[in-house]
Design a protein around this ligand. Structure first.
Ligand code: FAD
Length: 403
């Protein structure tokens, strides 16, 4: 048998391979990845790794011996370029054709490029891969000032690290607040204050029209004509899913590779998981969503492994996420839509915001409150009813509700 072939040796692809072996899958598993590293975790790239608190081997999901011991055929540095669906073969950039019984696309996302002149100058960075992080780490000691384009999670985590190093930090964001797609206005305001308190300067409602410099970036030009001098520019303006393989093979795509409730594409021999997949979610009233998080990558990997070993189940895990910014930990349970209402629970320290959609709890955003976050995950998993009045009442114990 040709077994399972996985494209993308990231968080989701690796988890699928590991979970297949745990479930007793005995046929070949091939993990094709275009990066040269062993499969590694990305979250520390903008946290502990960038702050020099862990080394490169600390990023690795497993040591090299694991792959041999578990007969997982990891093929680093190999790029898949096409799918031959009738022949059930994955075609690779080196001319190789890898046969499959089941093909899994776990190709993740890539960073959206900054569409302005000068974006290619030296001193302009992005952060997605370990190689990106290494380039950034090498440049940071030379920098006194940084400009961050985009106040998303990665931009703000980087801002926190730079401010702690004593650098002058300016964050430029087109929206009127940070993390606008992902969190409530209340949580956004909390982090704006926290970062500003650490010396970070925010410019909201404005974009950059050019990066300027002779050979290397020395300034960014804003829409109003003004310029900000800088030694380093980090671009964090979102990602696009790596869906071209699926699209060229005639599978349905559209901001993600479309999969059904059990993570299958239109072709029953091909599935998709992780950041690149768009799957229906009960946390979005059944609508298909593409979620960029470690939790989603891991749980989709596990869900698909169960199906491929004879225990099919609908993907139903509660979404959750975290982001470490300066000294603060943001945690999100559930999936809020931007229009969801907010109920702020008065708490002595940190922040606790409940989001509601049509009177039903959709998500809970907490800052430095891990106990409340865990309770929120259980409440959402069990579909327990929580009224806005109860959410607002600190006397109403969350942990007692979620048993
Ligand atoms: P990835 O881990 O991106 O893996 C996809 C792999 O497929 C990549 O190695 C890619 O190179 C490879 N690939 C793509 N196309 C091909 C091809 N044609 N052939 C071969 N290989 C291919 N999430 C959180 O929940 N919390 C956090 O705090 C957090 N912090 C983050 C910080 C950073 C800096 C980044 C970049 C991400 C962070 N995330 C965080 C998001 C999280 O890392 C992703 O959601 C997760 O990695 C998704 O896993 P994946 O396997 O779908 O994709």
């Amino acid at each position: 048998s040709a077994g399972v072939v996985i494209v993308g040796a990231g968080q989701a692809g690796f988890q699928l391979a590991a979970s297949l072996r745990e479930a007793g899958y005995a046929d070949p598993i091939t993990l094709v990845g275009d990066e040269s590293d062993l499969p590694y975790q990305r979250p520390p790239l903008s946290k502990a790794y960038l702050a020099d608190k862990i080394t490169a081997s600390g990023l690795e999901l497993r040591p090299a011996a694991y792959f041999d011991d578990h007969h997982i055929h990891h093929r680093p540095g190999l790029r898949a370029v096409a799918i031959d669906r009738p022949g059930r073969r994955l075609l690779c950039a080196d001319g190789e054709a890898v046969a499959y019984d089941h093909l899994v696309l776990a190709t993740g996302t890539r960073n959206r490029a900054l569409p302005v002149p000068g974006a290619g100058l030296a001193g302009v960075f992005q952060l997605r891969s370990r190689a990106d992080a290494d380039r950034l780490k090498a440049a940071l000691p030379e920098a006194q000032s940084v400009v961050i384009v985009g106040a998303g999670f990665i931009g703000l985590e980087f801002a926190g690290i730079c401010a702690a190093r004593g650098l002058a930090v300016t964050v430029i964001e087109a929206a009127d607040r940070p993390m606008a797609r992902a969190v409530s206005a209340e949580t956004a305001a909390y982090f704006t204050r926290a970062h500003a308190g650490a010396g970070v300067r925010f410019l909201f409602g404005t974009g950059i029209v050019a990066v300027e410099g002779e050979g290397r970036a020395t300034a960014v030009r804003l829409g109003d004509g003004s310029a900000i001098a800088t030694d380093l520019v980090l671009v964090g303006i979102g990602v696009v899913p790596n869906q071209e393989l699926a699209e060229a093979a005639g599978l349905t795509v559209g901001d993600g590779i479309h999969v059904d409730a059990v993570l299958a594409t239109d072709d029953p021999a091909i599935s998709a998981i992780g950041d690149c997949a768009r799957a229906p979610s009960r946390f979005a009233d059944g609508a298909p969503v593409r979620i960029e998080s470690v939790q989603n990558a891991l749980d989709q990997g596990r869900c698909l492994a169960a199906r491929l070993t004879g225990r099919p189940a609908v993907y139903d895990a509660v979404p959750w996420f975290w982001s470490d910014q300066g000294p603060h930990k943001l945690q999100i349970a559930g999936l809020a839509a931007p229009a969801d209402t907010s109920v702020v629970r008065p708490v002595p320290a940190g922040l606790c915001v409940f989001r509601f959609r049509d009177g039903r709890l959709s998500a809970v955003e907490t800052v430095d409150r891990p106990g409340d976050h865990m309770a929120a995950r259980r409440i959402l998993a069990q579909g327990l009813a929580l009224t806005p009045a109860a959410a607002a009442d600190p006397g109403h114990d969350l942990k007692a509700l979620a048993t």
